[in-house]
Every structure is written in structure tokens, then in C-alpha cells.
Design a protein around this ligand. Structure first.
Ligand SMILES: [Zn+2]
Ligand SMILES: [Zn+2]
Length: 459
């Protein structure tokens, strides 16, 4: 087991090297929300003469690496790595589900209180069992070798708490995936898991924090009786993360491992659950042009059949995707704030609706994501969605010339919306990207830095 502890330490070093390497970050390839015409670096001026054959070719596929021989070290590592990824993505999922359930229990939603108290008991019981098992091992060692023998039980619990701390142990204990993983996974998988938790330490900490996970509750019973051979949990319990508990998409993890708010013109970019229509900005026109019915309920001629139920007129359908709960905002070298997946998304998944303020015309500095009517054979301009001040996580998706998602105009429920759809499978911890379109890049005087093109913004 000692070797796995080394893995975690190695991981710590890798993380540190990566951080220092990224110190000099050019903020260039800006997001939809951060377009400004000023402050552009000369180095990013659009190149008129593209370098010959400048496009990065797809790297040749090493089949041996992709499919290592059965039973080889590489194959075993590949399997263990995949298993560890499955566990860690389930940890995010379970923490989110736990916090959602706690919220519903507080709102006294039907059946949720009982379910939540069961989940709490599972977590509490798990921690109790791990601690008491460790203690009983210590006791029997003492009986066998005497008081001062420097022997420690061969325990993953000990390894985890010593390497990653009580707080991380308490957070992860809320996840069924972790509770099973610590018991059932192979040594190899466990080693990869420790490494991944170490690499994503801040990410997991922030994820739990922004969802107000009360991890202290399951430790407080033990805080006054130190456990021999384990670090004192008190300092960790008494340290509070110096960051507000806020909407998860009001925080960006920076390249140097800090937290910041996403801002536009110095103001926080606020999260909204529904696009904003303000009649004032439309010369007093009361009717939101994307809505399929008039205030009196009679149908407008906007949109086509509902993509979910097929209704030709306004219906109650809503997109139920929870993708936004399983992504995080994080800075990337070169491209600035982007979106990182914390789970696996499948090709064809509709991740979310691109939201913002609906405006009649494209305003200066606004990325002109025009929303046209999706009626067959009809290209009718409806509005521009401006996500500068208000929007959801989809506004932070960076452009790539080989994107993993695309914008699609659809009629859903009572309105015409622009959705973000997965073009291919997206892996946990992969950056989610979208294409802003050739028109966007032709209108800009800076180069695309996605790394897949010659800078022109087209693959
Ligand atoms: Zn419908
Ligand atoms: Zn590009």
C-alpha cells in the first residue's frame, strides 16, 4: 500500500509543476462574454499570410497504446485508470445528489426527508466503521507488540486521511462510489483514485463548498478525542474556505489554483435560469419574439413543433438536462475561462439552453448569436442573445475548430431556444468546446488559438 501513497505524492508534484509552468498566460482567445475591442495584444493581430500547412494534423493513432496487449502493464493501468475515473466522476455526482436531496428535504418535498436521513446515516455509519476498525487494529497491535511499536495497520483509511486530510475524507464519504471504492477497488485502481483526488483537490473542495455540503457534521463526534497515529482533525474543522457559498457558476478556478468571480466590465456575471426579455429594450413591445403564444394564449407564428413532444402549439415541456450541475468553470492556458466536464456526456445529449438577455439587434461588442426561427424553410431573425451580464454556464464554452458541442436552434415548450448539443462523447475532465462559426472569426482581428487550426478559426 505504501506504493500508492507515493502515487499521491507524485501527483502532488505533478500538479505543482503544471501550475508554475502556466504562470505566463496570455489571455487571448476570448469568450463570448468577454469580447472587447480594446486591449488586444499586438501579438494576436490577425495574420494575413497563414503559415503553409499550418494546421495541426491529427496525431497518428498508436494502436498499441490505444489497445495494449491483454494482461500487459499498460492494459492493467488503462483499466485501473478508467475505473478510478468512473469512481471520481461518481463522487461529484453523488455529492451533488446528496446536496440536492438535503435541499428538497428542507423544503419538505414528499419522501425526501426519510431518504435524506437514510443517506446521512450511511455516511455517518461508514465513517464510524472506518475509524473503529482502524482503532481495533491499533489495539491489537498494541496487545501484540507493546505500546510503542511503530507499526501501523495496512489501511486505506489511514493512507487517505494522512495524505489528503480529514476534510477530503469527510467530503468523499458522502459518495456511495467512494465508500465502495475504498473497500472494493484493486490496489492499482485505488492508487489512480488517490492521484486523481489529489489532482482535483480544489475542484472537489469547491464543488462541495458551493453546494453547501455540511461535511463537518460527520466528524464532530470525534473532534475531541484524537485518534492515535492520525492527524488532528480539529485544525481542518476550524478552517473555513474563504469563499462565499454562492451559485456554482459564480466561481472560476484559476490557473494558479485560486478562485475568482467571472466578471464583465467589473461586474459579476450573474447566473439566470431563464432568458431575460425586457420590453424597454424593444421599444415597449410587450411580446417576447421567441415565445410561441400571445398573452391571451393564442398561438403566434413563431417556432415549429416542440422538439420534445411534437406539439404544434405552445406546450409545458422543459429541457430537464442537469449537465450544468456536472461542469465547472476553470481557466485554461491561452483561451481563458472555459468549461470543464465533471462527468461523461454522450454524443447527441442536449446539454443546456444558451441563455442571456434577448436583444432586438446585435449591440456593439456582443457576440451575435442570432436566434432564428427554426420553422422549416424559414430563416427569420428573432433576436440576439447577449450573455454579458446575465446568462448560464454555456456562455463560458470556448471556441474550438474541433468542437465537442454545437449550437442548435429548437422549439421547446413555449419558446424557440438555442441549445448546446454534444457532437461526440465528452470524457470526464475534458474541456467542453463549441464552434463560434466562420462568420465570427472573419469579423475579428485576432487569431484563433484553439490549437487545431492555422489561426483562421476554421479547421
Ligand atoms: Zn412539448
Ligand atoms: Zn481554431
Amino acid at each position: 500500500m505504501a506504493s500508492t501513497r507515493n502515487n499521491a505524492n507524485n501527483a502532488a508534484r505533478t500538479v505543482n509543476t503544471r501550475k508554475t509552468a502556466n504562470k505566463n498566460v496570455k489571455k487571448t482567445n476570448r469568450k463570448i462574454t468577454n469580447r472587447k475591442t480594446t486591449n488586444r495584444k499586438t501579438t494576436n493581430r490577425k495574420t494575413t499570410n497563414r503559415r503553409a500547412g499550418g494546421k495541426t494534423p491529427f496525431s497518428p493513432v498508436d494502436l498499441k497504446k490505444l489497445f495494449p496487449p491483454w494482461g500487459s502493464e499498460d492494459a492493467l493501468n488503462q483499466t485501473a485508470n478508467k475505473e478510478a475515473t468512473d469512481i471520481i466522476q461518481a463522487v461529484y455526482h453523488d455529492i451533488n445528489a446528496y446536496c440536492n436531496l438535503e435541499r428538497l428535504a428542507k423544503e419538505q418535498a414528499y419522501g425526501c426527508q426519510e431518504m435524506f436521513s437514510n443517506m446521512f446515516v450511511f455516511t455517518e455509519g461508514f465513517v464510524e466503521r472506518e475509524i473503529s476498525y482502524y482503532m481495533s487494529c491499533m489495539e491489537s497491535f498494541k496487545a501484540e507488540h507493546g505500546e510503542f511499536q511503530p507499526v501501523t495497520p495496512n489501511s486505506r483509511f489511514l493512507e487517505f486521511v494522512t495524505g489528503l486530510g480529514w476534510k477530503m475524507f469527510a467530503i468523499c464519504s458522502h459518495a456511495e462510489a467512494f465508500r465502495r471504492g475504498i473497500k472494493e477497488s484493486s490496489d492499482r485502481t485505488w492508487g489512480f483514485l488517490l492521484q486523481k483526488i489529489q489532482e482535483n483537490f480544489l475542484s472537489i473542495e469547491l464543488y462541495a463548498h458551493s453546494r453547501a455540503l455540511k461535511w463537518r457534521n460527520i466528524l464532530c463526534a470525534y473532534q475531541n478525542s484524537p485518534i492515535p497515529g492520525l492527524p488532528d482533525m480539529k485544525p481542518e474543522i476550524e478552517t473555513y474556505m474563504k469563499w462565499k457559498v454562492d451559485h456554482p457558476h459564480h466561481t472560476v478556478i484559476t490557473l494558479d489554483g485560486k478562485l475568482k468571480e467571472p466578471t464583465y466590465n467589473g461586474k459579476l456575471q450573474q447566473h439566470i435560469n431563464e432568458s431575460i426579455y425586457e420590453p424597454k429594450k424593444w421599444g415597449g413591445k410587450k411580446q417576447d419574439p421567441t415565445i410561441r403564444h400571445k398573452p391571451n394564449g393564442s398561438p403566434t407564428n413563431v417556432g415549429s413543433d416542440c422538439a420534445l413532444c411534437g406539439s404544434p402549439v405552445s406546450c409545458d415541456c422543459r429541457l430537464t438536462s442537469r449537465a450544468g450541475e456536472l461542469v465547472e468553470l476553470r481557466e485554461y492556458p491561452d483561451t481563458g475561462t472555459g468549461v470543464r466536464a465533471l462527468t461523461r456526456f454522450q454524443r447527441g445529449d442536449t446539454l443546456d439552453i444558451f441563455m442571456g438577455e434577448l436583444l432586438p439587434t446585435s449591440v456593439e461588442e456582443v457576440y451575435p448569436l442570432q436566434q432564428n426561427d427554426d420553422k422549416l424553410g424559414k430563416e427569420r431573425y428573432l433576436c440576439t442573445i447577449c450573455p454579458h451580464q446575465f446568462g448560464n454556464w454555456t456562455r463560458y464554452i470556448s471556441h474550438s475548430c474541433r468542437p465537442s458541442t454545437r449550437f442548435t436552434i429548437r422549439t421547446i415548450g413555449n419558446r424557440v431556444v438555442c441549445t448546446v448539443d454534444a457532437l461526440r462523447d465528452i470524457l470526464p475532465f475534458e474541456e467542453i468546446t463549441v464552434s463560434y462559426g466562420g462568420k465570427y472569426w472573419r469579423s475579428k482581428d485576432y487569431d484563433c488559438l484553439c490549437g487545431h487550426c492555422d489561426g483562421s478559426g476554421t479547421d
